[in-house]
Design a protein around this ligand. Structure first.
Ligand code: NAD
Ligand code: 13P
Length: 410
């Protein structure tokens, strides 16, 4: 039996925390997975801060700016994006994207959504054709054709099946092994156990099999992806295997089929968290924030049912970690919430707060609010989503935070 090789594409705050989790599990389950996990790092120069325990003025690592990958591999710590957290020794930081994904059968995509198209273009045709993906990205992909989940964008661009992971998961807490839950959604067409069809050459190995399947994507449209089954030499990639790969005593995984619900819960709550941050920054108190969360949740569910109604289950928003639970944690201490709050308190644009306070980490709510608005405007439905629309208008300076209560009143 062959072992799955796992690569994490991305190494920011959450990318590194998830890489830590999967590396712990590949080491523990080394009959199923290769122990070594590759983590692709967008290379940059960094200086080890003087307050870091790794700072030693005589060390070559502390003689001016160094490659982030070298610092991670030598210190077993991502001192820039996840400082203070010891990473497993079987996690390898790799600056070469092509090298990191080579021969990997499980690809975990975990980077800010604005970079995913470029990444997919770079690795298209260079990955194992029967690889499977999990997207940890919180955002939606809007273009002229409409709206897609990033799991579907990745799947379509790479010709693989990609599920999603999303939940109430502030990365710094997870990395400190503070207990939480997450949701994984995985619902590929049932190919993996399929025997090669009789029309195929008897000499073809299972890795040569290409099955064109008629598969509806989450919005109910016919997908044109050609999928290859995972060869039978590997353990099947299914709910049980994903639980083995991601579940930790401090990171409880529930695996479901609702890819749209899990993905949209993570993407849309970031828009609501911005509004919660502004309201908190105004000093309006917890009742006001709860009102924002109530209206936000209703718009999240409505959006999901309206545009992904073919597959979505509204209970995902209440019963799983994605949805209400993520909304609560994100509106309490997430970066979108904190940055929006500071932008009101300091009377500064949120982009400036992002640039000056997040040390290279990226907000996802601001661009998601713009993307969602572009989509709603095209549908002529801005008025049906007053909170999402208000967040967009406040971001673009055409509405004030003070008018939020009257705008979202129904
Ligand atoms: P982050 O906010 O820490 O972003 C920084 C990352 O972006 C770094 O790895 C940096 O190298 C990379 N980057 C910068 N410029 C780049 C470029 N041109 N090309 C490619 N990469 C570039 O990222 P994150 O926190 O790991 O977030 C990844 C995803 O996970 C997001 O969609 C986010 O919403 C989601 N998420 C984050 C958290 C969290 O608490 N941080 C929790 C759950 C989900
Ligand atoms: P922020 O990106 O706002 O920090 O949200 C983190 C998150 O998604 C927690 O689940």
């Amino acid at each position: 039996q062959r072992k799955h090789k796992v690569t994490v594409v991305g190494s920011g705050n959450w990318g590194t925390a998830i890489a830590k989790i999967v590396s712990e599990n590949t080491a523990k389950h080394n009959t199923i997975f290769e122990e070594k996990v590759e983590m692709w790092v967008f290379e940059e120069k960094i200086e080890i801060p003087k307050e870091s325990p790794h700072y030693n003025p005589t060390s070559p690592l502390c003689q001016g700016p160094q490659n982030l990958t070298e610092v991670i591999n030598k210190t077993n710590e991502n001192v820039k994006y996840l400082p203070g957290i010891a990473l497993p020794k079987n996690l390898h930081a790799n600056p070469s994207l092509e090298d990191a994904v080579r021969d990997s059968t499980i690809l975990v995509f975990n980077l800010p959504h604005q970079f995913i198209h470029k990444i997919c273009d770079q690795i298209k045709g260079k990955i194992v054709p029967y690889a499977r993906g999990i997207s940890c990205i919180k955002g939606v992909d809007v273009n002229e054709e409409g709206i897609h989940l990033f799991s579907e964008t990745i799947g379509r661009r790479l010709g693989i099946y990609c599920g999603a992971l999303s939940g109430a998961n502030i990365a710094n807490e997870v990395a400190r092994e503070k207990w939480c839950e997450t949701s994984i959604a995985y619902d590929p067409p049932h190919l993996d156990s399929k025997e090669p069809s009789p029309q195929q050459s008897p000499n073809a190995s299972s890795t040569d099999v290409v099955i064109q399947f008629e598969h509806k994507d989450t919005s109910g449209k016919l997908s044109d992806v050609k999928l290859r089954p995972v060869p039978s030499e590997y353990p099947p990639v299914d709910h049980a295997l994903l639980k083995v790969l991601f579940h930790r005593p401090y990171f409880h995984v529930r695996v479901v089929n609702d890819v749209a619900g899990v993905s949209l819960g993570g993407a849309l709550k970031n828009i609501v968290a911005l509004a919660a941050g502004w309201v908190d920054g105004m000093g309006w108190g917890d009742n006001a924030k709860a009102a924002i969360m109530r209206v936000g949740l209703l718009e999240m569910v409505k959006f999901g049912e309206r545009f992904f109604g073919a597959t979505i289950d509204r209970q995902t928003f209440t019963d799983e970690s994605t949805g209400v639970a993520d909304l609560i944690t994100s509106c309490s201490s997430g970066r979108n919430f904190r940055s929006a709050k500071h932008s009101v308190e300091k009377r500064l644009p949120i982009d400036e707060i992002e640039r000056t306070e997040l040390n290279g980490q990226k907000l996802q709510g601001t661009s998601t609010a713009v993307d969602v608005n572009k989509f709603l405007k095209k549908q002529g439905l801005e008025n049906e989503f007053p909170l999402f629309t208000s967040v967009y208008r406040i971001l673009t300076g055409t509405m004030s935070v003070e008018s939020l209560p009257s705008q979202i009143e129904q």
